[in-house]
Design a protein around this ligand. Structure first.
Ligand code: ATP
Ligand code: NCN
Length: 217
């Protein structure tokens, strides 16, 4: 079984890493694969793919359970998840648990061929800003058909289930981090108490951001 977290990672942060590792623990999987998209379907991205990948590699240097999955960089863009999952399935037989945050779940019906996603993976949903999940009606209806409670069931089928997990809440976003840095708080990030920095972003990622003057305007 593989646990994959797709994202723009602009930049990666502990809102990605902490709940993803927690989910992997519950699933009994050692690694979490961070999979940067080439071109995000619903977003504009301000820094190069190379910087985003380098920051992911830094996260992997800090956390040995993280790995980089770079398949989307060689697939056509935009990076539609259903197409990526098909490509991954054609290469390996592993069951894929694809992680998404609650905000992604609530918008899932806007994704390309979203109703096919569960043909290729299980979806594991992490809490984002709130203790509880409050999906809109269309998604709630879909969840009634597809959501399970018992983690063991993920090991019994290769795809087709959705699991909402009570992952630790880390209410940070890449947008918030970019705004902090753009508003000249990069210095604050750099000199803040180590506990503060390390609760947002791995230190070597902050160093990378500062060294490359990312997000400063
Ligand atoms: N703090 C968080 N807690 C749980 N899941 C998160 C968190 N931040 C991001 N995610 C999830 O990780 C995936 C990748 O997120 P992404 O790289 O877009 O980060 P982001 O912080 O949401 O970025 P942005 O602020 O630029 O929109 C998405 O499925 C998203 O829901
Ligand atoms: O397939 C889609 O239509 C689709 C639409 C929006 C997001 N995604 C994927 O969801 C993951 C998180 O996306 P984002 O935009 O929150 O960084 C990332 O792997 C994206 O490729 C996928």
């Amino acid at each position: 079984m593989r646990v994959i977290l797709g994202g723009t990672f602009n930049p990666p942060h502990y809102g990605h890493i902490t709940p993803a590792l927690y989910a992997a623990d519950l699933l009994g999987v050692e690694h979490v694969d961070l999979m940067p998209c080439k071109l995000a379907p619903h977003k504009s991205v301000s820094v190069s793919e190379t910087h985003r990948v380098n920051m992911i590699h830094r996260c992997c240097d800090t956390h040995s359970r993280l790995r980089a999955e770079l398949i989307e960089l060689s697939l056509p863009s935009p990076s539609y998840t259903v197409k990526t999952l098909r490509a991954l399935n054609s290469k390996h037989d592993d069951t894929i648990c694809f992680l998404i945050g609650a905000d992604s779940l609530y918008n899932l019906d806007k994704w390309y061929e979203w109703e096919s996603l569960l043909n290729y993976c299980h979806l594991i949903v992490m809490r984002r800003d709130s203790e509880t999940f409050s999906p809109p009606p269309a998604i709630a209806k879909w969840l009634r058909r597809n959501a399970i409670q018992d983690i063991e069931r993920l090991h019994q089928r290769k795809s087709g289930h959705v699991l909402l997990l009570n992952t630790p809440l880390k209410t940070i976003s890449s947008t918030q981090l970019r705004n902090e840095i753009a508003s000249e708080n990069a210095d604050t990030l750099d000199h803040a108490a180590p506990d503060t920095i390390e609760s947002w972003v791995p230190r070597n990622v902050i160093e990378y951001i500062n060294d490359n003057q990312l997000y400063s305007e």
